[in-house]
Design a protein around this ligand. Structure first.
Ligand SMILES: NC(=O)c1ccc[n+]([C@@H]2O[C@H](COP(=O)([O-])OP(=O)(O)OC[C@H]3O[C@@H](n4cnc5c(N)ncnc54)[C@H](OP(=O)(O)O)[C@@H]3O)[C@@H](O)[C@H]2O)c1
Length: 271
């Protein structure tokens, strides 16, 4: 039996955020081709409908602007209402450049979309993710120590520092949640590969970029393959093609406290 036929026997239910473009869209398409039930998230219904049409039959769509935590909460409730079990959550949606870097509450959109929204979505869906399940969080090679004042919205950063700090923050909460979820599900942070040919990379760096398949392949491996079965709390660096330590600041207990406290305080303001 070939791999696709085998996987179809073991069809999984997989929610992927930011499935309307770039790495997320390609990952969703490939997972659906393999017979998995793919739940597509996006912020634009027309783009979601186009991806769902491309995938055909079994794709559900969920609309939520991840810069609005109330929309993240509603989406989690809708998913949990329709599914008793979610095998895999891929927190893929992300933002680097934006014309509106601040939310109405005064927080940086990069922290809200890249760090806080996946944290809330994950927490809200934990009750339907089995111990054998997986949570795959999109990190990046771009990571920088988190300035608590920036996370709290008291200091405004440029695009790249805001992005890099938000990506270290998601990498840190991934490791912290893994400690809490001892025994499963697996929660892992993945740098999908640098400068892959997405909208984010074209707008952010003005380059065409490398094959998006590099990113989609590693996300699918992280979601399904035995090579990630013991990966909880780890960081996979797809530029190096191996598990690796994230930015050194992730090992600094002060940074961990800054991030975990900052997340709680920011969410208290948003909820
Ligand atoms: N490409 C790379 O080289 C690279 C490298 C390292 C890490 N990453 C990470 O990989 C992930 C995917 O990025 P990509 O390169 O594929 O970027 P992309 O093509 O820009 O796709 C980003 C996805 O996130 C969605 N999104 C952005 N802001 C949102 C919001 N406020 N609410 C809901 N959805 C939102 C986008 O929706 P729309 O379609 O509506 O815009 C899109 O579906 C990101 O987390 C990124 O940081 C990428």
């Amino acid at each position: 039996m070939n791999r696709i036929a085998k996987e179809q026997r073991m069809s999984k239910t997989i929610l992927i955020t930011g499935a309307t473009d770039g790495i997320g869209r390609l990952t969703a398409t490939k997972l659906a081709e393999r017979g998995h039930t793919v739940l597509l998230h996006g912020r634009n219904q027309a783009k979601l409908d186009a991806v769902a049409a491309e995938i055909g039959g079994r794709a559900e769509t969920y609309v939520a602007d991840l810069s609005r935590i109330s929309e993240v909460e509603s989406m989690a409730a809708q998913v949990a209402e329709r599914h008793a079990e979610l095998d895999v959550l891929i927190n893929n949606a992300g933002v680097l450049k934006t014309t509106k870097p601040r939310t109405p509450e005064g927080l940086d959109v990069r922290f809200v979309v890249n760090t806080l929204a996946p944290y809330v979505l994950t927490r809200r869906l934990l009750s339907i993710i089995p111990k054998s399940g997986r949570i795959v969080n999109l990190s990046s090679a771009a990571q920088a120590p988190v300035d608590p004042a920036a996370l709290a919205g008291r200091v405004q950063l440029d695009d790249m520092p805001a992005y890099a700090q938000s990506k270290l923050a998601i990498t840190i909460w991934t490791a912290e949640l893994a400690k809490e979820l001892d025994g499963g599900p697996v929660v892992v942070a993945v740098n999908p590969g640098s400068l892959l040919a997405s909208k984010m990379v074209k707008e952010g760096f003005g380059v065409a970029g490398k094959d998006l398949g590099i990113g989609a392949r590693i996300l699918i491996e992280a979601a399904l393959e035995p090579s990630f079965a013991d990966a909880s709390g780890k960081y996979f660096d797809n530029d190096a093609g191996r598990f690796a330590p994230p930015h050194a600041a992730a090992a600094d207990s002060t940074q961990v406290t800054v991030v975990m406290t900052g997340i709680d305080e920011a969410l208290a303001r948003l909820q």
